[in-house]
Design a protein. Structure first.
Length: 291
């Protein structure tokens, strides 16, 4: 007898193979058979929604400075793929075609020829605040997206954020089953290392992030958001809370699950959605396990 397997979402596309958020990464994820793809979005200076994780350009391009300070045309002049060192097949486009806007990703998914999910993470803090959410929702609505079912043709759209205000804003506009509250543990040493902060400043930032974590947990405890989005470390560290949320009807979308043992842990826990940089490998493992 076959039981339902977890859905596999490609984290920023097939980002272990090609540079994250690029045309190549998403086309590869579709070719790999991913059930859905995940993306992070920011607004440019001229109010276009672009697919990038960081608020700054330094890590994933040959540019520097805030994304929000650049126009879309200025971003088009940058190279967002060569840093990965992966050769891009001709059919996946030139280097100059790798940056994607949200409408361009929607076009790729519309051409997938099958039903596919799209998980959009709204990145905060944003200098444009909740205008980011309004712009994303406006793009979807203009293309015929139905807010109640959250479907746009063959694409099932869901929305995610670590920011509780953004999640509450979305919950006023989209049914809870399509809204994911992201959550993870906050560790002082990690905060200080990641942001290169001293002890006092790092402690202040960590306290702010811990308050945000508690707020996210309260939203999920109360059943306000239909999808729980913890990191795999959070799932391992909080088995009782995970069990309670599952029992209370939360759907789980866990990130970033690349290791075989983490896939197996998700399977054993009853996780419904797995987000991974390696969609082909994870799909093979969950298909083999669920029979």
């Amino acid at each position: 007898m076959t039981t339902e397997r977890p859905l596999v979402y490609a984290h920023r596309g097939a980002s272990a193979q090609f540079a994250e958020h690029t045309r190549a990464a998403y086309l590869q994820a579709i070719a790999d058979g991913a059930d859905g793809v995940e993306c992070d979005v920011h607004l440019t200076r001229d109010q276009h929604v672009v697919l990038l994780h960081d608020p700054n350009l330094d890590r994933t391009s040959n540019g520097t400075g805030p994304v929000a300070d650049r126009t879309l045309d200025e971003l088009r002049d940058l190279d967002f793929s060569s840093w990965k060192g992966a050769r891009i097949p001709v059919e996946y486009g030139a280097v100059t075609q790798q940056l994607l806007t949200l409408p361009e990703l929607l076009d790729l998914l519309a051409d997938a020829g099958r039903e596919i999910g799209l998980a959009i993470e709204l990145k905060h803090p944003s200098p444009y605040q909740l205008r980011l959410e309004d712009t994303v929702l406006g793009i979807l609505a203009d293309r015929g997206w139905d807010a109640w079912t959250s479907k746009l043709g063959n694409v099932l759209v869901s929305f995610m954020s670590f920011d509780a205000d953004a999640v509450r804003y979305l919950l006023d506009r989209v049914p809870a089953e399509h809204v994911c509250m992201l959550v993870d543990d906050v560790h002082l040493d990690d905060v200080r290392a990641d942001l290169a902060l001293g002890r006092l400043t790092g402690g202040a930032v960590a306290n702010m992030l811990k308050a945000a974590q508690a707020e996210a947990e309260a939203i999920l405890d109360g059943g306000h958001a239909g999808i729980a989005g913890p990191g795999i470390g959070y799932v391992r560290n909080h088995p009782n809370r995970v069990r309670d949320w599952l029992a209370d009807g939360r759907r789980f979308r866990v990130w970033t699950v690349d290791k075989p043992e983490d896939v197996d842990h998700c399977l054993a826990t009853g996780i419904q959605e797995i987000t991974t940089n390696r969609p082909a490998e994870v799909l093979d493992r969950v298909r083999a396990a669920v029979v």
